[in-house]
Design a protein around this ligand. Structure first.
Ligand SMILES: Nc1nc2c(c(=O)[nH]1)N[C@H]1C(S)=C(S)[C@@H](COP(=O)(O)OP(=O)(O)OC[C@H]3O[C@@H](n4cnc5c(=O)[nH]c(N)nc54)[C@H](O)[C@@H]3O)O[C@H]1N2
Ligand SMILES: Nc1nc2c(c(=O)[nH]1)N[C@H]1C(S)=C(S)[C@@H](COP(=O)(O)OP(=O)(O)OC[C@H]3O[C@@H](n4cnc5c(=O)[nH]c(N)nc54)[C@H](O)[C@@H]3O)O[C@H]1N2
Ligand SMILES: [Mo]
Length: 794
């Protein structure tokens, strides 16, 4: 059955296919073809999956007349059963945008001028050699992306860690799901998603913590909507300061004050324990730490939290009853937790809820510590962020030695004196002149990092040699010394892994524009030029294409939690497979931890953990004391007030996030007419009461100001909390010269002009959802604010 699409901008979730608990989610195939292209015109359908969020929706790319002509959801795939969201139905059009980068550029006399690959890569290789011979490897840093394919992230990790030998390799995944990874490590000893999307089919309750799934994972939301439309619907809990679509569908909505997640979760845990909803046998068999949690939350009554969170005590009690009494429970966690105050501490409390209720490892019971970036999972597992490949523990010499064996290098060639450097520190080192070459791949930090005034100051320092590898001349490319044109989705082959460990293959459908190359080919060429060697004098990076890179990664993953050894390209062409997938689990693994946290053993774990308040690392002895037998760890945390409280000058909580139609800094969705037109401009949201108190009306142009900078946006009235202002972070600057030049005003349409640089002490993820702000009138003629989705009612 084909789902008609033109109305999918107005109705993003499409037609309902109701289903009952314990039955399979029905198929519904969503298709979008370019105007004039009929299904019979399609010459080839190339298997792929979505690259505009982490849900991993499987699709086929239509090729007609040698061009990408549309997409079709894959009916048989476990993740989406054929469905696609609006960004995926239309987003492919960005690949053919007329302003795609088609040749490398290098800076000559102050201007970026076109050149060939030899010229560009030799400039970069020369600079690398010069820095290695001078200040050494620590003068070189990489800021990469959760949008590269697995093969690319792995190759980059080998080059940076063992070729150059720098600890400064991280990426936009640090801004995104560093907290997910950290929370999983703290509770289960290793990264790796316990749950599965199939749990939605079996569950009795879904709790969404700081997760606007309706707009950010629309296909997951369709699955929830379809259960809600059946006769055995699950109950829904939503924790979000705004009246999102999720909130409106919820049985209980807790619009807690931003930054108070830990207080709220501690009260929920208090109530679950008080009402006797725990699973004592499961706790005893599979966990350590329950008594400490019970003690920590003993005074955290709903009444106590009601004051801190500013939600009615009765609502907290209802929410606790929902969580405590559900026979099967699924929780999802995303940026409202990960980018808010006490990020990791809060995310860990959601794990605790599942651990004390024994809600793990069986159908309908699972935690989904979500990812955001489509390939964030690969950045993490391949070690292209602050981890070593294969979830190896940098503090365990045996793990480092094992990685050195895989790479055939000396263990000392792999930096492991301290945890790999987090992204914000990489930029700080660049600002201080300690990092002198920064290679930025598939990310646009001149829009997406906090406190943009400081980012511009860093990138415009000509002592810093900046390489930007992208599809377009982004705000960040404006500052580059060399720009490398990358092929993207649909123009290259590789694999990637979604938030529930499902690996998909994405095939090459068409050639990239001009002489653009895949990120993999760029890295391989650079590695050849640098002549990186292993300890026997052979090439450090011997593979030559995506499939041989995948094989190298399979060796590295063997015996680790993310074991890919039984996955092949051939098998992936038939549909997604969940890791671990090896000789023992040839069909893949639906759920982790049915029999306890098997990767938490002291010799297996990915980290010895951290103090949840200070972030101070714990050592092996601490770990052995806490968890000698490798069980799941219940780690309590007290609530502490936020770093930047509101005051008379800045009376509102600023929170930032996403709308349905745009992806991040809009380099793709801003170039797709249907998506751009659906939400073309930035907006700011205030409650009607707060707007009235400030003498503001819908459509006024307002300035949202913090101690860092300000954003100007038309005002939209929405039923969010009276103490909160929301601004989407998508809107960078098409006129980069004016916005990013030396005289940049420090005001504009990018929310990050105003956001703070504070990070969660445990995960080092920037707290984009915190900060104190003032809102003032600029003019009465702001114009109609863009729609986030078809969701907003004042
Ligand atoms: N349409 C669209 N979809 C996307 C993306 C996109 O850019 N556009 N990006 C993808 C990526 S990389 C990511 S990371 C995900 C992010 O997906 P989400 O996390 O769902 O999106 P956000 O809008 O960042 O934040 C979610 C919610 O957190 C709430 N929130 C703010 N502060 C707090 C707080 O203190 N506590 C609580 N409980 N909630 C709070 C906000 O009101 C917001 O509704 O989306 C992915 N999907
Ligand atoms: N205020 C605020 N700021 C935030 C957030 C927030 O909620 N609020 N969220 C944060 C989060 S969760 C995220 S994930 C980040 C996202 O922030 P960014 O990573 O900066 O956002 P994108 O626009 O996705 O940037 C990806 C870039 O990669 C390019 N690209 C796409 N495909 C390819 C490819 O195949 N190869 C190469 N080389 N390049 C490619 C695109 O053109 C684009 O320029 O923003 C963070 N910043
Ligand atoms: Mo993200």
């Amino acid at each position: 059955m084909r789902e008609p699409t033109p109305e999918r901008i107005a109705d993003p979730w499409g037609r309902r296919t109701p289903y009952e608990r314990g039955t399979p989610w029905p198929e519904r195939v969503d298709t979008e073809l370019a105007p004039g292209v009929r299904p019979e015109d399609v010459e080839r359908w190339v298997p792929s999956a979505s690259l505009l969020h982490s849900n991993g929706d499987a699709m086929d790319i239509a090729v007609a007349g040698g061009r990408i002509a549309g997409v079709r959801g894959r009916a048989g795939d476990r993740v989406n059963r054929g469905r696609l969201g609006p960004k995926d139905l239309f987003g492919w059009q960005a690949g053919a945008a007329p302003d795609r980068l088609a040749t490398p550029l290098v800076r000559r006399d102050g201007h970026l001028v076109p050149c060939d690959w030899d010229t560009a890569l030799e400039v970069i290789a020369d600079r690398t050699r010069e820095l290695l011979a001078g200040p050494g490897p620590e003068a070189i840093g990489f800021h990469t992306s959760g949008q590269l394919f697995l093969e690319e992230s792995y190759t980059l990790a080998v080059i940076a860690r063992a070729g150059i030998g720098t600890p400064h390799l991280d990426g936009n995944t640090r801004l995104c799901t560093a907290t997910a990874a950290e929370a999983l490590k703290e509770s289960f000893g290793s990264d790796g998603q316990p749950g599965s999307y199939d749990d939605i089919d079996h569950t009795d309750a879904v709790a969404l913590f700081g997760h606007n799934a309706a707009e950010t994972q629309p296909v997951l939301w369709m699955r929830i909507l379809d259960r809600l439309a059946g006769t055995s619907p699950p109950e829904l809990l939503c924790v979000d300061p705004r009246p999102t679509r999720v909130a409106r569908a919820a049985t209980v909505h807790l619009a807690a004050r931003p930054g108070t997640n830990v207080a709220l979760l501690n009260a929920l845990l208090h109530e679950v324990i008080r009402a006797g909803h725990t699973a004592p046998d499961w706790i005893a068999a599979h966990t350590v730490g329950f008594e400490r949690l019970a003690e920590q939350v003993s005074a955290c009554t709903p009444k106590w939290a009601a004051d801190i969170c500013d939600v009615p005590q009765a609502r907290i009690e209802e929410a606790a009853e929902l969580l405590g009494s559900a026979p099967r429970l699924v929780s999802t966690v995303l940026q409202g937790i990960y980018q808010s105050h006490q990020a990791t501490a809060a995310a860990v409390q959601v794990n605790n809820l599942h651990l004390i209720r024994g809600m793990l490892g069986r159908p309908g019971c699972g935690v989904l510590q979500m990812n955001g970036q489509p390939t964030a999972q690969n950045t993490r597992e391949c070690g292209a962020n602050g981890d070593l490949p294969g979830f190896r523990n940098w503090a365990d010499p045996a793990h480092v030695a094992d990685l050195a064996r895989v790479w055939n290098v000396d263990p000392e060639a792999i930096p492991h004196d301290a945890a790999p450097t987090p992204a914000m520190e990489i930029f700080e080192r660049a600002r201080q002149g300690r990092i002198r070459m920064l290679w930025i791949i598939g990310t646009n930090p001149a829009v997406s990092l906090p406190h943009l005034g400081r980012v511009r100051e860093t990138l415009s320092d000509r002592g810093l040699f900046t390489v930007v590898q992208d599809l377009f001349r982004t705000e960040t490319a404006h500052f580059a010394d060399a720009v490398l044109p990358a092929a993207t989705w649909g123009e290259k082959t590789g694999t990637f892994t979604n938030a529930d460990r499902t690996v998909h293959i994405s095939g090459k459908a068409v050639d990239p524009p001009g002489i653009a190359r895949s990120d993999l080919d760029i890295f391989l060429d650079y590695a050849r030029r640098m002549d990186f060697r292993d300890r026997d004098g052979g090439p450090l990076v011997p593979w030559t294409d995506a499939e041989s890179a995948f094989a190298a990664w399979q060796d590295c993953s063997a015996g680790r939690p993310c074991d890919y050894t039984a996955i092949t390209y051939e098998r992936l062409r038939n549909g997604g497979i969940q890791w671990p997938c090896n000789a023992e689990h040839p069909a893949g693994t639906e759920r982790l931890y049915a029999d306890g946290a098997v990767w938490a053993a002291p010799d297996q774990c990915e980290t010895y953990g951290k103090d949840l308040i200070t972030g101070d690392p714990l050592d092996r002895d601490d770990y052995l004391r806490l968890n000698p037998h490798g069980k799941a760890m219940i780690k309590p945390a007290p609530y502490v007030p936020p770093d930047e409280p509101t005051d008379a000058e800045y009376p509102l909580h600023l929170t930032t996030g996403r709308g349905l139609y745009q992806f991040h800094t809009r380099t793709k969705t801003g170039r797709v007419p249907a998506l751009n037109d659906a939400a073309p401009r930035v907006w700011a949201e205030l409650s009607p009461a707060t707007a009235a108190a400030l003498d503001l009306a819908e459509g006024d142009l307002v300035e949202v100001r913090t101690a860092r900078g300000s954003v100007q946006a038309p005002l939209r009235l929405a039923a969010l909390r009276d103490d909160t202002v929301f601004v989407p972070f998508h809107y960078g600057y098409w006129d980069t010269e004016a916005a990013c030049g030396p005289d940049a005003p420090g005001t504009g349409s990018a929310a990050n002009e105003a956001t703070p640089t504070q990070c969660d002490p445990v995960s080092q993820q920037p707290l984009f959802k915190t900060g104190a702000a003032a809102v003032t009138l600029v003019s009465r003629a702001g114009g109609t604010p863009s729609a986030s989705g078809p969701v907003w009612v004042a």
